[in-house]
Design a protein around this ligand. Structure first.
Ligand SMILES: Cc1cc2nc3c(=O)[nH]c(=O)nc-3n(C[C@H](O)[C@H](O)[C@H](O)COP(=O)(O)OP(=O)(O)OC[C@H]3O[C@@H](n4cnc5c(N)ncnc54)[C@H](O)[C@@H]3O)c2cc1C
Length: 414
């Protein structure tokens, strides 16, 4: 690692602002695609290391990613008060990736790419259409051909619906076999449902004695610290786990925006936003990893081919619209969360639902997915969304609500 502390301008081809999830996946992809002839800077006041989050995602087995996984499962369970269904994901698999191996892989890539690390926050970014100047607090001015910016930031304007996905997880170690490492619990809606929002628990076992057990809410506001603990303890009890035989080894907290507010992916000609800041967080689920991974690979491929580092949009426009409608229907109480997901999984093959949630289905498959939801509330939400869009176009701009800038979270040992 090179630390730059004097004030000489640093000339690079590519400046990565933010060195978290999106940037780490990008560094690994650049290394994997053998992009060797670019001068690269990574600007972040924090050098990400170790365990600060756990990514869960689905997809096809992947030779680059799979050696880094802590666990993967060919089957997942989706539970509602009415029934517990086991879904066979083949040919996909559900996977767990802890942040430590991702940051380690990125550090190796950074060295091999001879990237310069600027340990300072990036501040003003000025794009004149040919170069981008990045001022940093206490570090050099960085002059870059292109900027890939994944710093957390608020949306460009308020959304029509602004929810949060917020959660707490316990890494539980049991003194005897209590978990089934053959399958993960994807969503368990048997938790008490909040008055406005959706709640569920999930279980990601890495062995028969060790698992991440989480309580999650999709709702407009956060719980108190004691509220998360109480909800998680209640979920542990619902699973029939005896607290006397368990130890909490780590605690993981997070807040992820769920909103139809816009996160512009290309704010100026030579600045591209990645990660949550670039719209990679799917508004209806909070899942982000697959889109970040996909975009990292696209950016590396086009750079390797000598083209500008601009990925495809994280999700097609029609998916963003469907998400806006689904979020609205959930928020305005037209549809209950457990019922919404139950019908999706009841009436579609699991693989189609998961690919839909990743934004990679065909329009025909999307019609099938939308037809499996209750149509009347969806039509009402569609009409409400259209009216709201019209009001947005003709009315004064609404203030951006104080949602956490993008994502906060972390894990800590107990
Ligand atoms: C605890 C947790 C668990 C999650 N689990 C999942 C999951 O299971 N599946 C899933 O799909 N998604 C998950 N997410 C959502 C998402 O995948 C992650 O938040 C992911 O890390 C987003 O990557 P990012 O690069 O956009 O942001 P981050 O990883 O947060 O990186 C942003 C970086 O910007 C840096 N930064 C901040 N200010 C500045 C500045 N001024 N200048 C330079 N750098 C700056 C920060 O230090 C940070 O390193 C989770 C999120 C959290 C918090």
């Amino acid at each position: 690692m090179v630390r730059v502390t004097d004030s000489a301008p640093l000339d690079v081809d590519l400046a990565l602002l933010g060195g978290g999830g999106a940037a780490s996946l990008l560094l690994a992809a650049l290394d994997r695609h053998d992009v060797r002839d670019l001068r690269i800077a990574v600007v972040d006041p924090v050098r990400r290391r170790g365990q600060d989050r756990t990514w869960a995602f689905w997809g096809s087995p992947d030779p680059d990613l799979d050696p880094l996984l802590s666990a993967s499962w060919p089957q997942v369970e989706v539970a509602t008060p009415a029934r517990r269904r086991v879904l066979d994901l083949t040919p996909l698999r559900y996977a767990m990736l802890r942040s430590g191996p991702v940051y380690d892989r990125a550090a190796v890539a950074e060295r091999r790419l001879h990237a310069t690390r600027v340990v300072a926050p990036a501040e003003a970014v000025t794009d004149d259409g040919t170069r981008v100047l990045v001022r940093t607090a206490g570090g050099p001015v960085v002059r870059a051909g292109w900027v890939l910016d994944s710093r957390p930031r608020p949306p460009a304007r308020a959304g029509r619906t602004t929810w949060l996905q917020h959660f707490r997880g316990w890494w539980l170690e049991a003194d005897r076999p209590v978990f089934d490492p053959g399958r993960a619990v994807l969503m368990d809606f048997r938790t008490p449902q909040p008055p406005r929002g959706v709640s569920f628990g999930y279980v990601l076992p890495v062995s028969d004695r060790y698992a991440l057990v989480e309580y999650t809410e999709f709702s407009p506001g956060l719980l108190t610290d004691a509220g998360y603990d109480a909800a998680l303890a209640a979920y542990r009890d619902l699973l029939g786990l005896d607290p006397a035989g368990l130890r909490v080894r780590e605690v993981e907290n997070g807040v992820i925006p769920m909103t139809d507010a816009p996160f512009p992916a290309r704010p100026s000609p030579r600045v591209v936003r990645l990660g949550t800041a670039g719209g990679a967080t799917r508004p209806s689920t909070g899942f982000t990893f697959s889109a970040m991974y996909r975009q990292a690979d696209q950016v590396a491929r086009v750079l390797a081919a000598g083209r500008p580092p601009v990925p495809e949009p994280a999700y097609p426009r029609r998916h963003r619209w469907m998400d806006a409608v689904a979020l609205r229907a959930l928020d305005r109480g037209g549809v209950s969360g457990p019922e919404f997901f139950e019908r999706l999984f009841d009436r579609n093959p699991a693989e189609r639902v998961l690919r839909f949630l990743d934004g990679v289905t065909t329009p025909a498959e999307e019609v099938a997915v939308m037809n499996s939801t209750r149509l009347l509330p969806m039509i009402a939400a569609t009409a409400g969304d259209a009216a709201h869009r019209l009001r947005d176009r003709v009315g004064p701009p609404r203030p951006v609500p104080a949602i956490p800038a993008a994502v906060v979270g972390g894990a800590s040992p107990t």
